[in-house]
Structures are given as structure tokens and as C-alpha cells.
Write a protein that binds this ligand. Structure first.
Ligand SMILES: Cc1cc2nc3c(=O)[nH]c(=O)nc-3n(C[C@H](O)[C@H](O)[C@H](O)COP(=O)(O)O)c2cc1C
Length: 369
């Protein structure tokens, strides 16, 4: 049952969270955010990633999550995306994971495959598909392209191709662990490969990987199980979902998400990160004011009430009071902030001051707080 009492005994933003054997110092998470910063480095992390993620750990967040990191080269959204398809990629991330950990934050990484939304120019270069030799052929549940104005041909994954994707996620998780990350998040949202399989909008397959709910959700579940298989018992696995396609009853709905979340918990997920949308440009976002996606997280919290699986809420959470309210009233266990962390890497330290809590101020910065 959801609590509405704001008494100080309730769990707040600055209470630690234990997931499996991992203690997370507070309930603020830096949402994964593509930096499109692998300039000519073919998926290898750069100083930019190190400083970007490192400064947000210095800024006090409980969890600092690296951006959508491609499990194979064709799973990149853009050529400048981070990747983790070789040991060299893991080596390039190692110092960053260690630095985040040394600052007392929990280092996390989002493992991703862009599916039919791959091979696009980064937003600062205008977005849109890359044709010709600078791009590549995206893969998807069917040969249907993502409906860009100027779409790329898409390769339909066959049985071997799908098994290869599951193997790529498993191998990526092994490398992420070796690099020092403590949380692996499976990117199952925003119209990318795993979402494009579970959404009826994009999966018109008629074999065991499509059709009904069980067929369409099979890939995200198998990937979650594969990651859990290689991720240590004492470390958490997260799964990010799009709670709704915003495409009406013909699309994936919040009811579907409420049915899937407990199945993912059985598969080994320790937190469901509740986002939305991205599978089709015709999506109609009903209302996008502050906290507009939090009701989806609340619904998933209810669906998971008989499990140990936690929930993260994301979407226009920008203030300390707002983030604290989400946690304190049991709408979600973790407040996930993206753009606010672009504006303020020290959001958590500022939030602690504002809420009258003790924040994790680094020793060298104490005279400033
Ligand atoms: C620059 C930028 C990059 C993003 N990259 C990712 C990503 O790599 N993976 C992901 O799941 N979401 C990504 N997102 C979505 C955010 O994680 C978040 O879900 C969204 O921005 C809503 O949260 P906000 O209102 O706090 O910004 C990105 C958002 C921004 C602004």
C-alpha cells in the first residue's frame, strides 16, 4: 500500500538503498545520457566521458550511470556512441568506474542495442539516418524501417541473429563487470532493439519472437536473464522500459508494463527504470509537465509490491523537493534525473543543503558548502 504520510520516519531521498548486497548512498540517480563524444575513437571512452561521469559522482548522486553503451558496433545510435564490444572498450572505461566508486557513488552502465534506430547522425549534426559508407545496416524484428523521412533498409534478425544479440549483451555485461561497474542496466526502452521487439507497433513477426505478449517480450526477458547469469549475486541488474508507446490501445500500454515488470523481477531484475515512448514518431505524448512519467512508475511500484524489485521514476524531475516527494511517498524507490544533471552536476549536494540533510560533500569542497 502506498504511503502518503510525510512524517520524518518515511524513507527520503537521502536514505541509503540496499539492492542485493550493494548499498547505494542515496536515492538520486544520474540518468543515462548519450554524450556523442567518441570522436574518431570507435566506441572508446574519452576524457569527456571520464570528466562528465566523474563530476556527477563528485556531485553526490547515489548512482552514476554511463550512457547507452552499444553491445555491438551496429547497435550504436550514432558513430560517436560509446561501445563495449571488446576488452579494449572495457579498459577505456575502467578508470571512470573506479573514480565514481572512489567518490562513494555506485558506478552503473546502460547496455544497449539501437536496433532499427541505429546509424543516425548525432543530434548536433542534425540527426537523421546515415546512408552510404559512413553508416551501416540496422537490424530489427522485421525488415520494416523506423519511419524516418529518408529511411534506411533494415535487416530482419533471424534465429541465429537474435541469439547473437543475447550473446552480445551477456559478453558486454562480463566486460562491464571487469571494468568495475556495479550495476548493469538493460536498455529496453525508447524504440531501440528490445523495445521494438516487445511493442506490437514494430514487431509484426509471426514466430516465437513475436505475435502474442509472451513472444514479443521474449527477447527483453532472455537478455535480462543472460545479463543476470553473469552478473554477481550481490550486484543489481536494472531494466529500463518504455511504460507506454503513447500509440493508443494498438501500442504497448501501461497495463502491459505492469504485466511484464514482475516477470522481469523473476528473471533477475532488481530495479525497473520506468521511462516511456520512442517507438514511433506518431506517438502522442498526452501531457509533459513536471513528473509527467511518475504515474507510470507508481503503477509499476504497485505491480511489483509482492517482489523485492525496486522502481525508478524519470522524466522532468528537477527539484530537490520534487525528487524527495517521489521517494518519500513511495511512488518509486529512486529519483532519476537527466537534464537537471546537465545543468547542475552537483544537484545532490545542492539538494542536501536545501532539504537540510547531510550531503556527501567531498573533503576538498567543504569550504564551499
Ligand atoms: C542528452 C540526452 C541523452 C540521453 N541519452 C539517453 C541514453 O543514453 N539512454 C537512455 O535510456 N535515455 C537517454 N536519454 C533520456 C534520459 O535518460 C531521460 O530519460 C529523459 O531525458 C527524461 O528525463 P529528464 O526530464 O530528467 O531529462 C537522454 C536524454 C538526454 C537529454
Amino acid at each position: 500500500m502506498r504511503a502518503t504520510d510525510l512524517s520524518p520516519r518515511m524513507t527520503g531521498l537521502f536514505d541509503a538503498l540496499e539492492l542485493r548486497g550493494t548499498e547505494i548512498r542515496n536515492r538520486v540517480m544520474v540518468s543515462p545520457m548519450c554524450q556523442y563524444a567518441c570522436e574518431g575513437r570507435d566506441g572508446l571512452a574519452t576524457d569527456w566521458h571520464h570528466v562528465h561521469l566523474g563530476s556527477r559522482a563528485t556531485g553526490g548522486a547515489g548512482i552514476v550511470m554511463a550512457e547507452a553503451t552499444a553491445v555491438e558496433p551496429r547497435g550504436r545510435i550514432s558513430p560517436q556512441d560509446l561501445g563495449i564490444w571488446s576488452d579494449e572498450h572495457a579498459d577505456a572505461l575502467r578508470d571512470t568506474a573506479r573514480f565514481i566508486s572512489d567518490r562513494g557513488a555506485t558506478p552503473a552502465i546502460q547496455l544497449a542495442h539501437a536496433g532499427r534506430k541505429a546509424s543516425t547522425r548525432r543530434p548536433s549534426d542534425g540527426g537523421g539516418p546515415i546512408h552510404g559508407e559512413d553508416g551501416w545496416t540496422p537490424v530489427g524484428p522485421t525488415a520494416e524501417s523506423y519511419p524516418h523521412d529518408d529511411p534506411l533498409d533494415v535487416e530482419r534478425l533471424d534465429q541465429a541473429g537474435i541469439e547473437g544479440v543475447v550473446d552480445s549483451f551477456r559478453a558486454a555485461a562480463e566486460r562491464a563487470l571487469d571494468a568495475g561497474f556495479e550495476i548493469a542496466e538493460v536498455h529496453g526502452a525508447h524504440g531501440y532493439l528490445l523495445h521494438s521487439f516487445y511493442s506490437p507497433v514494430s514487431n509484426g513477426r509471426e514466430d516465437d519472437w513475436g505475435g502474442d505478449f509472451a513472444g514479443r517480450t521474449r527477447l527483453v526477458r532472455e537478455v535480462t536473464r543472460a545479463v543476470r547469469e553473469v552478473w554477481p549475486d550481490e550486484k543489481p541488474v536494472f531494466v529500463r522500459l518504455s511504460a507506454t508507446d503513447w500509440m493508443g490501445e494498438d501500442g504497448w500500454t501501461v497495463d502491459d508494463t505492469a504485466e511484464l515488470a514482475p516477470l522481469l523481477a523473476e528473471d533477475g531484475a532488481d530495479l525497473v527504470d520506468v521511462s516511456a515512448g520512442g517507438v514511433h514518431p506518431d506517438q502522442s505524448v498526452p501531457e509533459s509537465g513536471p513528473h509527467y512519467q511518475v504515474p507510470y512508475a507508481e503503477r509499476v511500484t504497485e505491480a511489483l509490491s509482492d517482489t523485492d524489485c525496486a522502481v525508478g521514476a524519470v522524466g522532468k524531475i528537477t527539484t530537490p523537493e520534487g525528487a524527495d516527494e517521489v521517494v518519500r511517498n513511495g511512488r518509486a524507490d529512486v529519483a532519476i534525473l537527466a537534464r537537471e544533471h546537465l545543468r547542475d552536476p552537483y544537484f545532490t549536494l545542492h539538494a542536501a543543503e536545501e532539504l537540510g540533510e547531510e550531503g556527501p560533500v567531498p573533503r576538498a569542497y567543504r569550504r564551499g558548502f
